[in-house]
Design a protein around this ligand. Structure first.
Ligand code: NI
Length: 174
């Protein structure tokens, strides 16, 4: 396993639409998921899409760390097949938009269909944080960031903040 670099806004690669995994889930995909999980734990974060480490494949890893125990989840080619109308606001963040937290409103529950780590098909109902997180991560597969759900002004402010922090960090490291 290896820790990979996480792309940060406004990296144009984050706007890419990821392509599906064709054919079976292979050891190569599992190695990628292992790297993604390690990178996510190191960050630390609760979800990561492959495009966030520059790989435009429809693969997501997640660990909501309920009960302080590790509970990694893997999603290959996930699809949301059903959502309820009720929405809920949640203050979201993203490893590609560091230190920015803003409220986003999303459907409160959804059903997701995907292939797991072994390539087995799964259909699962998502509620609460799981529902928010899977929708956030699946947005990444379409090149959409959570800040794209904000007003243009708020989005620009978030990107400027991230840029400024990056410059400061670079200056301090010099
Ligand atoms: Ni994100």
């Amino acid at each position: 396993m290896a820790i990979r670099d996480i792309l940060i806004v406004p990296d144009p690669r984050l706007k890419q639409v990821s392509r599906p995994v064709e054919g079976p889930v292979t050891d190569e995909h599992r190695a990628l998921m292992d790297d993604m999980l390690e990178t996510m734990y190191e960050a630390p974060g609760i979800g990561l899409a492959a495009i966030q480490i520059g790989v435009p494949l429809r693969i997501i890893v997640m660990d909501l760390q309920e009960n302080d125990e590790k509970n990694p989840r893997y999603f290959v080619n996930p699809e949301i097949i059903d959502t309820i109308e009720d929405t809920q606001p949640y203050e979201e963040g993203c490893l590609s938009v560091p230190d920015i937290f803003e409220e986003v409103e999303r459907p409160a529950e959804c059903t997701v269909r995907y292939l797991d780590y072994q390539g087995e098909p799964v259909e699962e109902r998502a509620e609460d944080l799981f529902a928010i997180c899977i929708q956030h991560e699946m947005d990444h597969l379409e090149g959409t960031l959570f800040i794209d759900h904000l007003s243009r002004l708020k989005r620009q402010r978030a990107i400027d903040k991230v840029r400024k922090a990056k410059r400061l960090k670079a200056a301090n490291a010099a």
